[in-house]
Design a protein around this ligand. Structure first.
Ligand code: TNX
Length: 502
């Protein structure tokens, strides 16, 4: 928000002498481990006022994620919360030297830090990245690494998309076939879905409860909150492959081997509704502090329109249109989650029916869905595909790897930087409904960690400034971006290199 550079610099070397209050010891411990890993330095804990290098304390006058850094002979950090303190330490590493970001031991005798006074804090509380681990599975180590990268950009939310037609990715007690069968597919598309080619290579994997708790704790140390998503009743072909009785048709199904939207959705019987509730309650229980995403996107009604069971339920409920059936799930899952104290999040399709008050909408089809949500009194996370779907091409130029949307669609980092979190046309008295934004990494066309890096960066980097609420101009950000890419390079991130300046 403001950085006021003074003349000169201070010099840091090992051991770094730090004074910290008990409530921030955890934050400094994480920082100390990072420092040790990167450059082998030690942190020595000292008393405040004894001339250490760094003093760090909470200041209740600051907002929850705000912080102040005064780099001086004794550098002083104050913050509104441990999260704010962690952001301040991130900034100090940025001011220090690129080696401080190394994931393996590199050599650094000392570093110079410019004298500066920084007052900062984010405009938006929901600063997220979404990762689809259903289309392609990414293991615990890969997700932990992504969490570290988000934290390096002061992003605070990782939305994990845990199931889809092509795979179920969480072990659920009492439902072993979800992972024995539903977590594995026989084949995946090669090239673009439209080419209709198969690789005939099995793919799969899943997280155990322990894995998810490990991810949650890893994320918490970096002040990233995981928002789990179970997407039902659509996107359910993997569920139905495992438990055909939860579907609408008699023929056996396999976990889907194509991309797109499967027609196979859960049936609307009591058993399927109870299943959805049980699973969502279980996954939510692994993330007690988190909002929980119930999906709700792209649920075709063709099977319901042919189903005597669905017809019976429609008569019973007095529904005139099969679209309304989806609300049975949405409402039931929302109630169950609220009962456990979770906030409920859903994709913007739920706006097509009556929405339970308090539901947070992820606006993906366009920014105008965010406007619609806010006008209906709902909070919204902006995720419009035209700007924030990072499975789209990095550029329209030839040579880009196959991506979700074809040329002329592309989402350059410059386009991302021009994204306005508050949707154009939203009345100012409704701006408070905009919680923030998140970038989506759908993984139909992303099957490796290197390719995930290529699609995520540098777009996530520029997005982080946008969603922090402090973007400037393309000319201004470019040199800053180049420096951040040097840090990412040392971290081993295989980002897409910048095109030469036009
Ligand atoms: C739409 S966004 C989807 C996903 C796809 C994505 C590809 C949303 C809620 N549904 O199922 O992966 O497009 O860009």
């Amino acid at each position: 928000r403001s950085a006021d550079y003074q003349t000169g610099s201070v010099s840091w070397s090992s051991p770094l002498r730090v004074a910290v209050t008990d409530d921030l010891r955890g934050v400094v411990t994480t920082f100390a481990l990072d420092l040790k890993t990167a450059v082998g330095w030690d942190v020595a804990f000292v008393e405040a006022g004894t001339g250490g290098d760094l003093e760090i304390a909470l200041d209740p006058a600051l907002g929850p994620e705000e912080y102040r850094v005064v780099v001086d002979d004794v550098t002083v950090v104050t913050a509104g919360s441990p999260a704010g303190a962690s952001y301040a330490l991130t900034v100090l590493r940025q001011l220090g030297a690129v080696e401080l970001w190394s994931p393996t031991r590199s050599t650094l005798e000392r570093c110079e830090i410019a004298r500066v006074v920084i007052d900062d804090g984010p405009v938006f509380p929901w600063r997220g990245v979404h990762l689809d681990v259903a289309r392609h599975f990414f293991d615990v180590a890969s997700v932990c690494r992504l969490i570290d990268l988000l934290a390096a950009h002061r992003l605070n939310t990782l939305h994990l998309h845990l199931n889809d037609d092509q795979g179920w990715r969480v072990e659920i007690p009492g439902w072993p076939r979800l992972t024995d069968v539903g977590a594995w597919r026989r084949s995946s598309p090669v090239g673009h879905e439209d080419a209709a080619m198969d690789d005939n290579t099995p793919h799969g994997g899943y997280f155990t409860a322990d894995d998810l708790v490990h991810l949650r704790e890893h994320a918490a140390r970096r002040f990233v909150r995981i928002v789990p998503e179970i997407d039902l009743p659509g996107h359910a072909q993997a569920v139905i492959a495992a438990y055909p009785e939860l579907g609408n048709v008699d023929e056996p199904l396999e976990v889907w081997t194509r991309w797109g939207i499967s027609e196979h959705v859960l049936n609307v019987g009591a058993e399927a509704l109870a299943f959805a509730e049980e699973v969502v309650r279980y996954v939510a229980g692994l993330f007690p502090e988190s909002p929980v995403h119930i999906g709700g996107d792209e649920c075709p009604t063709s099977e319901w329109e042919r189903s005597p069971l669905a017809e019976h339920v429609m008569v019973e409920q007095g529904f005139g249109d099969a679209r309304q059936l989806q609300r049975l799930f949405t409402h039931r899952l929302s109630a169950a989650l609220r009962d456990e104290g979770h906030e409920v999040v859903a994709w913007d399709e739920v706006l097509d029916a009556r929405v339970d008050p308090g539901t947070v909408i992820c606006a993906w089809r366009s920014s105008s869905k965010g406007v619609e949500a806010a006008r209906r009194g709902l909070d919204v996370v902006m995720a419009p595909m035209q700007f924030l779907y990072f499975d789209w091409l990095n550029s329209v130029e030839p040579g880009e790897p196959t991506a979700q949307a074809p040329v002329p669609y592309a989402t350059t980092w410059q386009k991302v930087y021009g994204f306005s979190v508050v949707p154009p046309g939203l009345e100012s008295e409704l701006h408070h409904h905009v919680r923030g934004a998140q970038a989506q990494l759908w993984t139909e066309y992303i099957s490796t960690r290197d390719h995930l890096d290529y699609m995520a960066f540098p777009r996530v980097t520029v997005f982080s400034e946008v969603v922090w609420g402090t973007p400037t101009t393309l000319e201004d950000v470019r040199p800053r971006l180049e420096v951040q890419l040097d840090r990412l390079a040392i971290m081993g991130v295989r980002f897409r290199t910048l095109d030469p300046e036009a």
